[in-house]
Design a protein around this ligand. Structure first.
Ligand code: NI
Length: 390
């Protein structure tokens, strides 16, 4: 078993990097200063193959092991922050009003840098490690992960397997959690315009009221979840936007509505796309109205592959012990754009405990620096295990 004590010195340095990144958050693809910081650090570790400017501000750096030839595995961290006004009251709070690292991507970046420094010094593996630093994880289509994949990094760097780590408040520091198969949901969005016929609110019989039709559609969509989907197969349909008339006494011509769909199975996702449209259209037509329908497929389901999940579990257990790694965590209905990389290559994502901090995307959230050596240790373990010399 590897002890995390050996990362003690490194941890002090990585804390400084993490807090610097936290003080200087940047959004979506505009993470120029963060990317510059990462690139400078990688170069200072003696890593000489660094490609920058991928998907605008993304970086891939390669560390060659001393054990000779072997495959290349990808380790991915995200670099972007969120448009939130920070309220953590930490001394290293964001210096940029309205932007903050509320999802811990500062910690993810710092941990991968820490592992990079360690691995560049020791190189006790065969083959190659591709360190992937991506922008725009929090952005909807096209996100940074998708653009990095589309830019051809998997082929260009010969990456055969891909791994990621995300912090998780509510899981103790020093613990990890993961599951086989779907670990996070797909995220799709839809827009429906109910097109009726406007009129005076006192004479509804002379109008086709799209407000009442919209109300029926909202309820109809909920029966797709409760009556048409296998209860053991998760589906979330949430209508989140509604826009009708702006007066007490007007029946509008149309109502605009929108919402989001989360699933854990490709077949349920296909069902939702097809059936939301049919339900909305059927209800509208039965009332003499019609709908315009748009379904936007956004992030795919994050599906952990079997072999790589076993490797991730083994790497984590070797670091913190068997009982500190939950390998049967329930899937979460949030989405993660690492899913695009998992569509391109087999791999696995793991949660690392962030302790009892505020939740992700909360103004009081802060990445827990006590987790840093565990994250670094996990990366190092994973590399030395997956790329063990033959
Ligand atoms: Ni995140």
């Amino acid at each position: 078993m590897r002890s995390i004590e050996q990362f003690g010195d490194l941890q002090r340095e990585v804390i400084e990097w993490r807090r610097y990144l936290h003080e200087n958050p940047e959004l979506d693809f505009h993470v120029d200063n963060t990317a510059r910081f990462v690139t400078e650090k990688l170069a200072s570790f003696g890593i000489n193959r660094i490609e920058t400017g991928i998907a605008e501000t993304g970086i891939v750096a390669l560390i060659q092991g001393e054990g000779g030839d072997g495959p290349t595995i990808g380790l991915r961290a995200d670099m972007d922050a969120l448009p939130i006004l920070e309220a953590s009251n930490k001394p290293w709070s964001s210096k940029v009003p309205g932007k903050m690292h509320a999802c811990g991507h500062d910690g993810h970046t710092a941990m991968l840098l820490g592992a990079a420094k360690y691995l560049a010094n020791t190189r006790k593996f065969s083959g190659c490690v591709a360190l992937i630093f991506q922008p725009a994880e929090e952005v909807e289509l096209p996100s940074g992960g998708l653009k990095m994949v589309e830019s051809g990094i998997m082929d260009r760097f010969n990456i055969s397997q891909i791994f990621a780590m995300h912090n998780s408040p509510g899981i103790e520091v020093g613990n990890f959690a993961i599951c086989y198969g779907p670990m996070m949901a797909s995220q799709d969005d839809f827009d429906i315009v109910v097109k009726g016929k406007g009129g005076h609110a006192a004479a509804p019989h002379r109008a086709i009221d799209p407000v009442v039709i919209a109300a029926q559609i909202i309820l109809g969509l909920q029966t797709l979840v409760s009556r048409n989907t296998d209860p053991t197969e998760a589906l979330v349909i949430s209508v989140t936007k509604l826009k009708a008339a702006q007066a007490y006494n007007i029946i509008p011509d149309q109502v605009e509505m929108a919402g989001t769909v989360r699933t854990l199975m490709p077949s349920v996702r296909d069902f939702a796309e097809r059936q939301i449209c049919m339900t909305a259209r059927g209800i509208a037509r039965s009332a003499g109205a019609d709908v315009d329908f748009k379904y936007i497929r956004s992030v795919p389901i994050t599906i952990n592959h079997t072999k790589e999940t076993s490797l991730a579990i083994k790497a984590a257990r070797d670091l913190v012990g068997s009982s500190s790694v939950d390998d049967k965590i329930k899937a979460r209905m949030g989405a993660e754009d690492f899913a695009y990389m998992l569509e391109a290559r087999p791999g696995a994502m793991i949660y690392i405990g962030n302790g009892s901090t505020a939740g992700l995307h909360h103004p009081a959230y802060d990445f827990n620096d006590d987790a840093l050596p565990y994250g670094i240790g996990y990366w190092v373990n994973l590399v030395e295990m997956v790329l063990a010399g033959r």
